[in-house]
Design a protein around this ligand. Sequence first.
Ligand code: SF4
Length: 430
Amino acid sequence: MSVFTDYKKEIIDAAHNESLRKGVSRSIKGYRANVDNALTKFPHTIELAEEVRKIREKAIGEMEKLAEQACKAIIENKGKCYIAKTADDALGIIGNIVGSSKVIVMGKTMTGVEIGLREYLEERGNEVWETDMGEFIVQLLKERPMHNTQPALHVPREDVAKLFSGIFGKVSPDIPALYGVARKFLRDKFVQADIGISGANVVAADTGTLFVLENEGNIRLATSFPPIHIALVGMDKLVPSFSEACKVAEVTWRYVGQTAPAYTSLISSPSKSSDIEKVLTVGVHGPKELHVILMDAGRTELAKHPIMRQTLYCVKCGGCLFECPVFAVTAGHFGDKYFSGIGAVWAGMVSKDVEKAAALAYTCLTCGRCKIRCPMKIDIPTMVIELRRLIREGMISGIQNIENVGKFTSIYPVNNSQRGYVNDEKTGQR
Ligand code: SF4
């Protein structure tokens, strides 16, 4: 079976899955209402997003310099900082810190999913628990996340109840009751945990501060209760200053659909105090150790591409996915490490999984609805068309079954004038 055949079966099965469609359509409805409300209440966000795009455009060109600067600040703050060139380097660093036979609680991290962090730590004999409700559901289902901010959006409440009932005892499909079951189980894990792992939404290089946005409070617990906190962060999350990081954070949560998240944690160092005689002591109520891994894994290379570098401006709000007509019927099955059109670009340019990238690139309709929703105005359709060109012309190494790509290419547009791109952002007219 080729990647194409497997993918075709997966996506067709997903499109015929009534339960998946129920979960996704409920989420789309909720997302649109939430984001409209957030932008109506805080209309300056739209202009702020334009400023954030400029901040990120500049920061992406300076990632290595910013990583050095952030590391210096974190070390000065009594934390430890590492720059990982590859995903394997990042796994090795984390593996050395963790060792084996540990209990680990994880906050949601797409960067962790990108490099298979949970599976890697489990293989080394650790007990690892996802603590974000969506990730917890996906972990118990033995599936992969299906959305950046809502990993289990494809699982309606009835299916969550069935899953939990099989593991924890009979529970009704009442949403608060389902949260109650997870809370009860995970409380013990937070207390037992040796190590908490998180990502970060944005990092200020000047102060070395990690900004972590969340609603559930699980990341607060995972990053403050265990004695060791490890943060894995893609280098694309770096911006020069604390004040710029605040702007990125505000735009991110508005386009996630929130007026303000329940919790914004700003973490710059391990727990410390100078309360007794002004003598600095590290490790008081919170973690004694903070380890920050700034991971490149293809990002600096991607930043050199004049069109594809836009992928790195993404703030992972997930808004584009809720507007994508293919995602609406397939969820993250139209994806790989990341989803939809931007996931196709990631698969081709960063993961170098060219067969997967081709399958995703030729699934994309290049309709342009994603670009209209995107706060960074990332031109995903143009990137997808460029990706098709790179694949077709053999510009990305690693393709095994090039003849299969050829079968797709004849029916798909190769430039903007041939596609059904929505080109008027106000009216949606083609
Ligand atoms: S591409 Fe844009 S809309 Fe999609 S997740 Fe990234 S920032 Fe959000």
